[in-house]
Design a protein around this ligand. Sequence first.
Ligand code: DP6
Length: 321
Amino acid sequence: MSGHAVAIAHPNVALSKYWGKRPGEGNFPAVPSLSVTLAGLETRTRVTWVDAAGDDRVVLGGRALAASEAVRHVALLDAVRRAADHRLRAHVESHNDFPTASGLASSASGFAALALAAVRAAGLDWDASRVSDLARSASASAARSIFGGFVELGVGDSSARAVAPANQLPLVVLVCVTAEGPKAVGSTEGMRRTLEQSPYAEAWLARAPDIHAEIRAALLARDFERVGECAEGSALAMHASAIAAGVIYWNGATLAVLSAVRALRAGGTPAYASIDAGPHVKVLVRPSDAERARSALEAATGVKRVLDARPGDGARLVEAK
Ligand code: DP6
């Protein structure tokens, strides 16, 4: 038996943040999250199952990963081997059309595309929830990139699911890139340290579900300003708890963008900031305000470039067998 498949997946930005895992196996989040999957930027991943001896081969952006860098990929591939009941080796080739230092997490789109391609190349006819669960076991935010539009990931063993289509809330995400190069502390490590060492970890875990519920309700009511206010609140609460554990992702330009966002609001333009496990700032604006906001954000000290993205589709298969 052998087979191949090619899948495409897009990054996502969480409006209510996942930060912290439930104790135990399975990479289950401790808090619910809600994200928007982004159009335009994509990861394309080819998986070929081959009848050969040796290890899986994982090539990202033309570079073969060392075994120590491919631990999560191999664990995901092992799960597919178990389900398909075969012992074939995988050749994985993956490419992002957006730079790794773009400020957008490539692990979400990367593990979503890998999960879909690996499952289908193995001939397994899994539904999107099951593929999403597999992606979650590698990186929880990847579970959300299987679906398009606005996507929720609950706590415990609940699967990710779409809560609203991409056109539910017209918005543009302006990604303000404030540094080049990879982040210093990965999100897995950053959230582990936060839960273990932050004096505010309990406050974050207690508050996050309420922020999530508010964002969900505001999204369903198509209330852009409320979604934006709560999304900014989620990011600030997450970072406040992380900072208190010494996990500081921000740089000077992060603060300059936060100021520019406040100035936009003071001037009557609804704009809201979201920050993930890095120094970049994602600014949510209405499409009609995007150009004005972009000029203001580009002028903030230390901003290297501003990319724009909009709500888009989930992962899809582009080739199989
Ligand atoms: C700040 O999904 O990268 O982007 O499950 O350990 O791989 P692992 O973490 P990951 O964490 C994402 C954290 C975040 C918030 C979010 O996307 O919800």
